[in-house]
Design a protein around this ligand. Structure first.
Ligand code: X2X
Length: 338
């Protein structure tokens, strides 16, 4: 059965543009599990490209019993809104940065500790290994299901409309947008910036209207969300690695019979692996493309940033928050931090 309300909701989003997949009438009539997957990224980002293939494969391999409709680009609201929807069951699937998820699951921000990861090999070893398992355990306690493979957002870079960031002195006092997460705010305060918590749905406008002068994101997002139109400088600070947990509402997930769950999970995790490769390739090639569009790049040394975090007590403070056991799992993966 499909309620009138659901038809209206799905129908009106389709009209708003961007619903991916088969027309909703066919889906509603044929699929036993008509689920929504929502996210905050543009259609052109590898996350949505791979998710579309994933949804098609799931539909095919489940003989139409599981049909996932994708709502990209904050169509269903900001990350904060979507997090409450996936908790209540208003949406069944949602990809969210672990750092933002930490507003609900404090342990989930640990991979975002400043300058923790030197490279992608270390990231995937940790996130597909003990550190990821530790975080997923905490997510499960919050009644959400996290798929095994975290999707890549990337190493984050700093853009501004005003100046290059060369040393920690340049972070002083800049009005920088950060996602809604205590770790982000804490880190940019430790760098003596003036961080403002703003959901991604508002970032382009906030930069355009100069509510803030700066933001930080991986190149794949600076490109696909067209932030280069409203930012001039890009400093390759690589200050943290960020990824998206593919989350499911627990009740909705458990409603799916085990044999179908297996097909769904496999396709989601496979799509995540492909998305990782896509983002890696994109980030590697984008500097030139963004420079051609007018962005001015520089590559600062991380030393002054890291020293400031260390001497200001940032690592000690967060070690205390996560606890010794979690910190030991992190340091086992990345080496001694403080
Ligand atoms: O909000 C952001 O900056 C983004 C898109 O990178 C995240 O989802 C954390």
């Amino acid at each position: 059965m499909i309620s009138r309300r659901r038809l209206l909701t799905v129908g009106s989003s389709a009209v708003a543009g961007g619903i991916i997949g088969a027309p909703f009438v066919a889906r509603a009539q044929s699929a036993e599990f008509s689920y929504k997957y929502a996210n905050n990224l543009p259609l052109t980002h590898p996350m949505n490209v791979r998710a579309r293939e994933m949804a098609e494969a799931i539909k095919k391999e489940t003989n139409g019993r599981v049909d996932i409709a994708i709502f990209p680009n904050n169509q269903l609201g900001s990350d904060t809104d979507m997090l409450s929807q996936v908790r209540s069951g208003g949406i069944e699937f949602f990809t969210l940065s672990g750092l933002i998820l930490s507003t609900l699951v404090p342990a989930a921000s640990i991979n975002g500790i400043g300058f923790a990861f030197p490279d992608y090999d270390t990231v995937w070893k940790a996130m597909d290994g003990d550190l990821g398992a530790h975080v997923r355990g905490h997510i499960a306690k919050a009644n959400l299901v996290a798929m095994e493979k975290i999707w890549d957002n990337g190493f984050r870079q700093t853009t501004t409309s005003t100046k290059q960031i060369n040393t920690v002195e340049d972070f002083k006092g800049i009005k920088i947008r950060v996602p809604v997460s205590p770790l982000w705010t804490s880190m940019f305060k430790a760098l003596e910036s003036a961080p403002a918590s703003i959901n991604f749905s508002e970032v382009y406008t906030a930069l355009q209207t100069k509510v803030v002068d700066a933001q930080e994101n991986p190149l794949a997002i600076i490109s696909t969300a067209k932030l280069f139109e409203v930012q001039k400088y890009c400093s390759l600070t690589n200050h943290m690695w960020d990824g998206f947990w593919f989350l499911a509402n627990r009740r909705a997930w458990e409603a799916i019979p085990a044999d179908l769950q297996k097909i769904v999970a496999k396709n989601i995790n496979d799509a995540g692996m492909k998305e990782r490769a896509d983002v890696f390739a994109l980030n590697a090639g984008l500097q030139k493309e963004l420079a051609d569009k007018g962005m001015v790049f520089n590559q600062p040394s991380a030393d002054s940033f890291r020293n400031k975090l260390r001497t200001g007590g940032f690592y000690a403070e967060w070690k205390g928050k996560y606890g010794d056991e979690a910190w030991a799992i992190l340091e086992k993966a990345v080496g001694k931090l403080a």
